[in-house]
Design a binder for this molecule. Structure first.
Ligand SMILES: Cc1ncc(COP(=O)(O)O)c(C=O)c1O
Length: 416
């Protein structure tokens, strides 16, 4: 195994640590080292306060009452949509649909656009590195429609086999292509823009799973030219229970509604209804208003940090962590071992130590990492492993925390 030279420069938290009350605590008598942001990030005080302030000053249901509080709540709910549209460079706020999370966004597409457009014999092209959220909805659609699922393989060094991807586009002419902008296991960031352009040339509609990527890198849906993008608020400093589905307007206009009920209609009669216009057509029932406001606060916080600096910090942490892990001959990174085109989500196995045991031992030192299949069982099968340990950083991660991880791993390995 090659040992990478580790930069000795100390990497500080990009965000002021004091903004994150949860990180100041000790767990099991030692300072908390939180390295599970890929599962869900921690929240700055600004996000928590925005939600409390909303409940304390202007909570009312949106789009309903002709009174002051409801007007205030509706205005904040809709202004947040504009902030989110600008954050991902959408052409219009009408292209921003509030969902619960990435999973729901992908299911909306499968159950609406998918049922309308995918038929028996059609090909859906996915990749082997997808999260279950970007596999199971397409399996469900394939079961109902008779479509065929085809997968782009992952290479032994944990990158997407793009040569095969381009060949599959030519040979299989898929109607739909869906892939993650950053793998939650391998950390790898595929060349999305080129992949999308090639898929369009082959006649496919392209969906991007931005659950990991959007939190860490500047995301421009117009530059990418993806047809849909789904992501979750809770992985990008925002609250749980709110996600975004971006879709190109013409596609969203042509899609049938997903859930039926209040708010998503223009008119209802005993035997019929007509759907509301975009984006409300896809937002049935009372939405997660406080969570939308919390997500806007999270996005404003990230904008304040600047997404280019968020990406640089991510890269520095990735390089540092990969370098330090390479010092451990018994630890094996599953995914690229160079920081090029990969993010700070690092999966590894340890000789003689099950990932769950490793995570339990690390926890005794206050270090929170994830162990398991990370909702990517097909990828585990691809690498012939049952599970990995995964350390993932974010805007508050420091090189000291990576050092603590390495020291604790050495201790765990020695104990076994
Ligand atoms: C790449 C990827 N896609 C989809 C999801 C699902 O996100 P959520 O659970 O917020 O719906 C995750 C969550 O870990 C993920 O990492």
């Amino acid at each position: 195994m090659t040992v990478h030279k580790v930069s000795t420069a100390h990497i500080k938290s990009l965000a002021p640590r004091e903004d994150f009350p949860i990180l100041a605590q000790s767990v099991r008598g030692v300072p908390l080292v939180f390295l599970d942001s890929a599962a869900s990030s921690q929240k700055p005080r600004q996000v928590i306060d925005s939600m409390s302030q909303y409940y304390e000053t202007c909570h009312a249901n949106v789009h309903r009452g002709a009174y002051y509080l409801s007007e205030q709540a509706s205005a904040r709910y809709e202004n947040a949509r504009i902030t989110i549209a600008k954050f991902i460079h959408a052409r219009s706020a009408k292209e921003i649909i509030y969902t619960r999370n990435t999973t729901e966004g992908l299911n909306v597409i499968a159950q609406t656009w998918g049922l309308q457009n995918i038929h028996s014999g059609d090909v859906i092209l996915l990749t082997e590195m997808e999260h279950h959220s970007n596999i199971v909805p397409w399996q469900m659609l394939a079961q109902r429609s008779g479509a065929k699922l085809v997968y782009t393989p992952v290479t032994d060094d944990g990158r997407l086999d793009t040569d095969t991807y381009y060949r599959l586009l030519r040979e299989q002419t898929p109607k739909l292509v869906s892939f993650s902008l950053m793998s939650n296991v391998l950390g790898v960031i595929p060349p999305a823009k080129e992949m999308i352009a090639a898929a369009h040339s082959a006649g496919a509609v392209v969906i991007c799973d931005g659950a990991q990527y959007t939190a860490h890198y500047p995301t421009d849906v117009r530059d990418l030219d993806c047809d849909f993008l789904a992501f979750s608020g809770h992985k990008m400093l925002g609250p749980t229970g709110i996600g975004i589905l971006y879709g190109k307007r013409a596609l969203l206009e042509a899609m049938p509604p997903f859930l039926g009920g209040g708010d998503m209609i223009r008119e209802v009669h005993l035997q019929s209804f007509s759907a509301a216009e975009l984006p409300w057509k896809f937002e049935a029932g009372t939405p997660a208003i406080a969570e939308v406001i919390g997500l806007e606060a999270a996005i404003m916080y990230l904008q304040n940090l600047q997404m280019t600096r968020v990406a640089e910090h991510d890269r520095a942490i990735t390089e540092y962590a990969l370098g330090r892990l390479s010092e451990l001959p018994w630890a094996h990174v599953i995914g690229p071992v160079s920081a090029e085109n990969r993010g700070a989500t690092i999966s590894f196995t340890i000789d003689g130590l099950h990932p769950h045991d490793a995570a339990t031992l690390l926890d005794r030192d206050g270090i929170a990492v994830r162990a398991g299949h990370h909702c990517a069982q097909p990828l585990m099968e691809r690498f012939n492993i049952p599970a990995t340990a995964r350390a993932s950083g974010y805007v508050y991660t420091t090189s000291d925390e990576i050092d603590a991880l390495i020291a604790s791993l050495r201790k765990a390995h020695a104990a076994f």
